[in-house]
Design a protein around this ligand. Structure first.
Ligand SMILES: [Zn+2]
Length: 255
């Protein structure tokens, strides 16, 4: 699933092919709104912000995609066969030598650089100089009855954590996913955001995630043994958006 680290890696993949290159053909079939990229636009930036990818052109426009659960970006040489069918393409950017294709993303839009569309996002946990205190401060606005699992997923507090890093971070700090935000003070929140940032950043540039030893501690390991205590890892769907949490009931006791 695309989380902050994946978006950072996608930006790294696309940047050399697109940055400072002229677009020769563009297709963004479902883009609404008044702005369009056009042939001749020169790409001036390729950046991830939280779970968004932004591709800017010199004319002051930006293509933004959010992949959610289904989307992906691929890069091909011109003429190379695509790995997915053309009808799934939501954005196609061609240069003289490459074709970057965004498949099945639910959010694809063209806007104006600096239009503030992403101002709601918290600090990007994939940035090495991320301001953890600012994440904690923002999170103090959260409803105290919100489960901590949902607080970590809320991109307004800190950008980049998806379900994998949510589960792995809570395990690493021994916090139950069902603990209420009100029971978790500023110091413990700082610990959680710092842990998430560390796990995300250690996976930048890697295509196979490792958050514990050679793989994951709890994510997608329901029924298997906890790496610390060998108790059985549980899974449950819960919270605001019905997301799954994987956790060890011994290492992450309910409060
Ligand atoms: Zn355990």
């Amino acid at each position: 699933m695309p989380e902050g680290d994946s978006l950072h890696n996608i930006a790294e993949l696309l940047r050399p092919a697109l940055l400072d290159h002229e677009l020769t053909a563009i297709s963004v079939p479902r883009s609404r709104g008044m702005y369009r990229l056009r042939p001749g636009d020169l790409v001036s930036a390729v950046e991830s912000r939280g779970k968004y990818l932004e591709i800017e052109v010199e004319r002051g426009l930006v293509l933004r995609t959010h992949l959610r659960m289904t989307g992906s970006w691929d890069l091909y040489d011109s003429g190379q066969r695509w790995r997915k069918p053309r009808h799934l393409a939501r954005a196609v950017l061609e240069t003289a030598r490459h074709v970057a294709v965004c498949f099945a993303a639910p959010v694809v839009e063209v806007g104006v650089i600096g239009d503030g569309r992403l101002d709601h996002l918290g600090p990007d946990l994939c940035a090495v100089d991320v301001d953890i205190d600012a994440c904690v401060q923002r999170s103090l606005d959260a409803d105290p009855n919100l489960e901590i699992a949902d607080l970590l997923l809320d991109q307004r507090f800190a950008a980049g954590i998806g379900n994998v890093y949510k589960c792995e971070t809570l395990f690493a700090r021994g916090v139950s996913p069902f603990a209420l935000a009100g029971s978790i003070g500023a110091a413990e929140r700082q610990d959680l955001f710092r842990t998430a940032a560390g796990l995300l950043q250690q996976n930048l540039g890697r295509w196979r995630r490792r958050t514990h030893g050679d793989g994951m501690a709890v994510y997608d390991r329901a029924g298997q043994g906890c790496p610390n205590c060998l108790d059985r890892i549980n899974v449950r769907t819960h919270g605001l958006h019905g997301r799954m949490s994987f956790w060890c009931p011994t290492c992450q006791p309910e409060r």
